[in-house]
Design a protein around this ligand. Structure first.
Ligand SMILES: NC(=O)c1ccc[n+]([C@@H]2O[C@H](COP(=O)([O-])OP(=O)(O)OC[C@H]3O[C@@H](n4cnc5c(N)ncnc54)[C@H](O)[C@@H]3O)[C@@H](O)[C@H]2O)c1
Length: 443
């Protein structure tokens, strides 16, 4: 679905690594130049190439040699590096000989929109150092809002938002949401919660505490400040569903005592709490039920299927499918999710809204598709393809749902939202992202 371009409106790279020039087509075959839309009084449009410049290139500039270069070399290196969009990136240099990194303070940031005070919102993003949170933060920052990130960095990382640290519109607080937090704000996106099974099962009691007490604290804050509150719930509230596809009226089929219950029941009780504050205290709430999402900055080793497959295929390892691979999933790309979250936050819909892709694949078909895309991208980029990965089968995890696909009628009708990215386009971008990480030596 995508092809390489010689030019994509990107500035010259001056020989330094820069954002790959790739052309991405939407489901209707139209070129995607920007994401977001101007709806419900909130303009969320941002140029895709600008967003890409924040994630689709190496963090560190690898310098060949023995690491004993003079300061002058380093300054020259920086001078070259700060051209074009690369100027908006961390200017850290990796010294392979000593396996060390020289950090310099960022003095330039990506251009953010200049908004009048009446349009500029003070936005709190809990879990903003995580995969979804950091993409949401990028978007909100580029749009010109004041963003505060609250994160305990359990699964997230400061690196994910490092390109904003020091910006006058940005604040980063290391804080655990199970403790109260006070701040003045207009909107709260409450994402803080580990999302991958190994992470949320690592400390099940902490996960349910985060879901319950964290949400209680953030709803209390929303009540005090009269901020609008959006929680990122999950398709896991439907458990192993008996209806297909799942719409928001379905109550779910969750095992309350299984290994996944800390997350599934945690999110269910978080929703209950959210509607408690809404009914009792008039808190203005939004509930997004997110289905499987993937994209750059996903932890490649946290056991989620998309990153698992891509990394295995990139490294030429066998690809592990759990069970016979007949179970189905639908995967949405991160930019579609961010579009959906922003649309929901700014729309009038207080009922839960599914946000996910309706394209359903068996896991086995998906593994094959990922393998093909990885091979194609490697060939296009002149990287040796290596051996063809075999697909092998592993034991099915406990309570793994057999079928998953959202009914997104409500999102379409109430938010005017529909996914634009195909899975193939998203996977291709992910492949390029992980290849860039491998090139810089951090993967
Ligand atoms: N990615 C998906 O496919 C998906 C699907 C459904 C729902 N969600 C929801 O979206 C949100 C973000 O998920 P993600 O994929 O970005 O996961 P992630 O693990 O990358 O991000 C979660 C963030 O929350 C932080 N965090 C965890 N516990 C915290 C605590 N007690 N206090 C403060 N910060 C804490 C983590 O450090 C991390 O930065 C979660 O609420 C998740 O349940 C994600």
């Amino acid at each position: 679905m995508t092809a390489r371009l010689n030019t994509a409106g990107l500035p010259p790279s001056n020989g330094q690594p820069t954002t790959p020039a790739i052309m991405t087509l939407d489901r209707d075959g139209k070129l995607i130049k920007e994401v977001g839309f101007d709806r419900f009084g909130f303009d969320s449009r941002v140029e895709l190439s600008l967003l890409r410049s924040l994630y689709l290139r190496p963090h560190y500039v690898k310098r060949d040699g023995d690491g004993s270069g003079s300061d002058n070399d380093e300054t020259e290196h920086h001078a070259k590096f700060v051209q074009g969009f690369a100027a908006y990136q961390s200017k850290s240099i990796y010294h392979p000989a000593t396996h060390s990194i020289s950090y310099t303070t960022l003095s330039r940031f990506p251009p953010v929109k200049l908004l009048p005070p009446s349009a500029r919102k003070r936005i709190l993003v809990t879990g903003g150092g995580g995969f979804v949170g950091s993409h949401l933060v990028d978007r909100l920052m580029l749009l010109g809002h004041e963003v505060t990130v609250l994160d305990n960095f359990f699964t997230g990382s400061k690196t994910n938002v490092a390109h904003w640290v020091g910006h006058p519109n940005f604040e980063l607080c290391r804080h655990d949401v199970v403790e109260p937090f006070m701040i003045e704000c207009d909107q709260i996106y409450h994402l803080a919660c580990p999302a991958s099974p190994p992470h949320y099962q690592f400390n099940a009691v902490k996960t349910i505490k985060t879901s319950f007490m964290g949400t209680l604290n953030m709803l209390g804050l929303a009540k005090r400040t009269k901020a609008r509150f959006l929680i990122t719930s999950t398709s896991e509230v439907y458990g192993d569903p008996e209806v297909h596809p799942q719409n928001e009226e379905y109550w779910g089929n969750v095992n309350p005592i299984g290994p996944r219950a800390c997350y599934d029941e945690g999110k269910r009780v978080a929703e209950t709490l959210t509607y408690g504050f809404h009914r009792q205290d008039g808190v203005d709430v939004r509930v997004a039920r997110i289905f499987n999402t993937f994209g750059p900055r996903m932890n490649p080793y946290d056991g989620r299927v998309v990153s698992n497959f891509i990394i295995q295929a990139l490294k030429g390892e066998d690809m592990t499918v759990y069970g016979d691979g007949a179970q189905t999933r639908s995967f949405q790309y991160i930019h579609d999710l961010v579009d959906g979250l922003i649309a929901l936050m700014n729309a009038d819909e207080t009922r839960p809204v599914n946000i996910g892709s309706p394209d359903e694949f068996t896991i086995l078909d998906f593994a094959r598709a990922v393998r093909d895309i990885v091979e194609r991208v490697k060939r296009e980029d002149g990287v040796e393809v290596g051996r063809k990965c075999e697909i092998i089968h592993g034991p099915m995890p406990t309570d793994d749902p057999q079928k998953r696909r959202p009914d997104t009628t409500r999102a379409r009708e109430k938010l005017g939202w529909e996914p634009r990215w195909t899975v193939a386009m998203g996977v291709e971008e992910m492949v390029r992202y992980y290849m860039a990480k491998m090139a810089e030596g951090s993967l």
